[in-house]
Design a protein around this ligand. Sequence first.
Ligand code: NAP
Length: 283
Amino acid sequence: MIIDGKKFAQKLRNKIKKEIQSIKKKTKLIPGLTVVLVGNHAPSEIYVRNKEISAKEVGINSKVLRFKSSISEIKLISVIHKLNKDKKIHGILVQLPLPNKINGHKIIQEINPKKDVDGFHPINVGNLSSGKDALVPCTPLGCYLMIKSVRKNLAGLNVLIIGRSNLNGKPMAQLLLKEDCTVTIGHSKTKNLKELCKKADIVVAAVGRANLVKGDWVKKGAIVIDVGINRVEKKKGYKIVGDVEFETVVKKARAITPVPGGVGPVTIACLLNNTLKAFKNIN
Ligand code: NAP
């Protein structure tokens, strides 16, 4: 089974759109999302545009605030404080990376945790780690929903997450621990990654190394989620591949996400999901 991320995301967006329509009808209120974009980072421009299009599609009031990379940390913090107070805004997302002179952690900490739709604020990180309700980072949330769509009961399954970033690996581990999985996190210093992988019922690869996970690493019938986005040069131009060698792993896996068209589209749909969740929590 190849998990079609575009279809999965469309289904999720349809569900969100329906709920927003019904909320609007009953309360006349609309969830609002503001994305703060600093500087001219080309990939960020693309991500932000896609987020804006998707938000509009489901009926979220979405706005992008653009600032020059010369903006000071103090000014950026005052922007965040203003958004925190704005009753029409339920989700605030500061697009990363920020210019080097700005301390990203400091900025994220200034966001009202209830509006932190990226799930990066220490309060949300702490709540997730202690098994409480939290706004969860969008990519691992998307991976989790896709895994659950394949198999509802995950209790007792062996999971290998490759990658220990705050953005992907760590929140992914928390989500699957809460499902009673036995979770192993691999990273660049892990020994015998292949052997660990062979024992896993679920593999989540969030590494950034093209085709790291091969067919002979994967147990037959495993669920394989590929978060990686890697640019591989070709004779003419380049292509995007994941951390999983799709052609060999697809023969072993019970379910697998392709790259592109797997985790990526679902990540954006989860941002909309988090904005709706933030709206409901606030109201
Ligand atoms: P990151 O912060 O660079 O973390 C990468 C992790 O992989 C680190 O924990 C690193 O170990 C580990 N690692 C590196 N080389 C390894 C190796 N050879 N064997 C085992 N582990 C290794 O990356 P990230 O932000 O989590 O992103 C990971 C990938 O996901 C990237 O390709 C990124 O573009 C992609 N991504 C996709 C989406 C999406 O929506 N699809 C969203 C975000 C990110 P150490 O900790 O020891 O350094």
